[in-house]
Design a protein around this ligand. Structure first.
Ligand SMILES: NC(=O)C1=CN([C@@H]2O[C@H](COP(=O)(O)OP(=O)(O)OC[C@H]3O[C@@H](n4cnc5c(N)ncnc54)[C@H](O)[C@@H]3O)[C@@H](O)[C@H]2O)[C@H](O)CC1
Ligand SMILES: [K+]
Length: 500
């Protein structure tokens, strides 16, 4: 879903429902008098509408499974046929095996039906496949013949009903395997698997259809996964106040350019510029070597331990360009012991590879960790975090165990909190995958935390503002420095004018 991140109030429901929660909503909807037959009718009709909007009429093969996902397929096939499309319908099971609303809609299909046999149907003239095999109800891998058939048809566009069959909507991880869809049409609420890799990629373009389940019908348990949205954190961003002076706007300290990393300070300089752009009153680069940067960044060559002992910082960042070493680990623990807000990235994380428990025990204040996939795996290897699980589960486990906010970076950045909540960034421009981009993100989060914003708000806002700056920079030629330069105009959109 390519989203306009520069919009202050993009319109989409935030809650991501697991298949079990969606099932509970369906069940409650039935108790509230909504008829499954009607919901299915709306679902399948909208699938047919979306298909007709995207493609001109062409031979379509609709694959219908044994449950309600298949039921949606029967409706979509009927609507397409009524609209004059050449439609073949293939049922995975004999019609006598269908029950409930799916059986009722199957009975309304008046054209021939092919029942799946052996290796599956011939393709013939087929130019488009509608996959209504399994949706939320899939509990085990696809039957092998179905998997082989779908794997042979990858040259044809596939429209997935609810999810590409085989994808676990709760996690974004295929149960063995799932086809690549050109388009996925889902109903009522998005599911985590629509936004978490590899599911996010397998779904193709995503369409959410309102099938008229009232919003007050909610699952009985807590919704723990949400999409990121400005309304989650916008009121936490604050403009400068009349009575502010630089010390009331926070003092961020960044460890930079240490000899074990060859004295490389570029990463920390990028972070410092980002922290200043989002409003930190003062930013100090603490470095053993003399550095020059914009005149507004303070550079101090005092020992890191002294900078920590002064207890003047309202936020520390370690990692960018620090080098992986015991000295970096010791510097992290010195900052962590102060209890001041802490952001750890890159080498500060990898310096605890195999020793994450020491970091965990050392954290005395709010902390945001910003690993990418590789840093995450190195840091949490050997901990209770089960690295065989998908990204959502791993990020959630890691945040709980570490007692810190984890920003697990990627095309589907996840912001996991120690209380079990996970915020998923709905979209970010792929051009953000460039050197220095992560240093800017760490600096944004640092700057916000140094201003007094909570770890959870700073992380969610930081991920959004960073992605929005990437969008503003455009698809081509963006470098990390540009992200920093676009931050003022991005902030101007998101800081409420009424606060000035
Ligand atoms: N969300 C809504 O309000 C609506 C959703 N609809 C659609 O209904 C499906 C969910 O339907 P459900 O019947 O619960 O599940 P499935 O169709 O996915 O399949 C369940 C069916 O399949 C069997 N099964 C599971 N895995 C396998 C397997 N690997 N091999 C063989 N059989 C398998 C399982 O035992 C069941 O019998 C949702 O996705 C929407 O598309 C409705 O339209 C109503 C409104
Ligand atoms: K499906």
């Amino acid at each position: 879903m390519a989203l306009d991140l520069l919009t202050v109030a993009p319109d989409y429901p935030l809650d991501l429902l697991t298949p079990a929660q969606m099932g509970a909503v369906d069940a409650q909807a039935a108790l509230a008098g909504l008829v499954v037959f009607d919901l299915m009718d709306r679902a399948g009709t909208e699938v047919a509408e979306v298909v007709q909007t995207r493609w001109t009429p062409r031979p379509v093969l609709v694959l219908c499974g044994p449950g309600n996902n298949g039921g949606d397929g029967w409706v979509a096939a009927r609507r397409l046929r009524d609209a004059g499309w050449p439609v073949r319908l293939v049922s995975l099971v004999p019609l006598s095996a269908l029950t409930g609303a799916a059986a009722a809609h199957a009975a309304r299909w008046s054209a021939p039906v092919e029942v799946w046999e052996g290796a599956g149907p011939s393709l013939g003239e087929t130019a488009l496949i509608v996959d209504a095999l399994f949706g939320a109800g899939l509990t085990r891998p696809l039957p092998p013949a179905v998997r082989r058939w779908l794997a042979r048809t990858t040259a044809l566009p596939l429209v997935a009903v609810d999810v590409p069959s085989g994808l676990d909507g709760g996690t974004g991880v295929p149960l063995g395997w799932a086809p690549q869809a050109a388009l996925t049409v889902t109903f009522h609420r998005y599911k985590p698997g629509h936004f978490i890799m590899p599911g996010k990629s397998l779904c193709g373009d995503l369409h959410l259809i309102d099938i008229c389940i009232p919003a007050n019908i909610r699952p009985p348990d807590r919704i723990e996964t949400q999409l990121n949205h400005p309304r989650l954190w916008q009121t936490a961003l604050r403009p400068p106040r009349l009575a502010d002076h630089k010390f009331t706007r926070g003092w961020a300290m960044i460890r930079a350019g240490h000899p074990e990393s060859g004295g490389m300070a570029g990463a920390a300089i990028l972070s410092s510029r980002a922290a200043r752009r989002v409003g930190a009153g003062l930013v100090s680069l603490v470095t053993p070597a003399a550095l020059s940067d914009w005149p507004g960044t303070m550079v101090t060559t005092k020992p890191w331990a002294d900078a920590c002992a002064e207890k003047r910082a309202t936020g520390f960042l370690l990692g960018p360009g620090n080098g992986v070493s015991p000295a970096t680990a010791a510097a992290v623990l010195a900052a962590a012991a102060t209890g001041a807000p802490l952001v750890l990235d890159a080498d500060a994380l990898t310096s605890f590879a195999g020793d994450a428990d020491r970091l965990r025990r050392g954290l005395a204040g709010p902390c945001v960790l910003t690993p990418h996939e590789g840093e995450f795996a190195r840091l949490f290897a050997g901990t209770p975090v089960d690295l065989t699980q998908g990204r959502l589960s791993r990020a959630r486990q890691a945040a709980r165990w570490m007692g810190a906010t984890i920003v697990l970076k990627g095309p589907d950045t996840l912001i996991a909190h120690p209380d079990g909540r996970v915020i998923v960034q709905p979209w970010a421009p792929p051009a953000l995958a460039t050197a220095g981009s992560g240093d800017v993100l760490a600096g944004i989060i640092l700057g916000l935390m140094a201003l007094g914003i909570s770890a959870s708000d700073a992380a969610a806002a930081g991920v959004w503002l960073h992605a929005a700056a990437g969008q503003r920079a455009g698809a081509h030629g963006m470098i990390a420095e540009d992200l920093v330069d676009f931050l003022p105009e991005i902030l101007d959109k998101f800081i409420e004018k009424s606060l000035y």
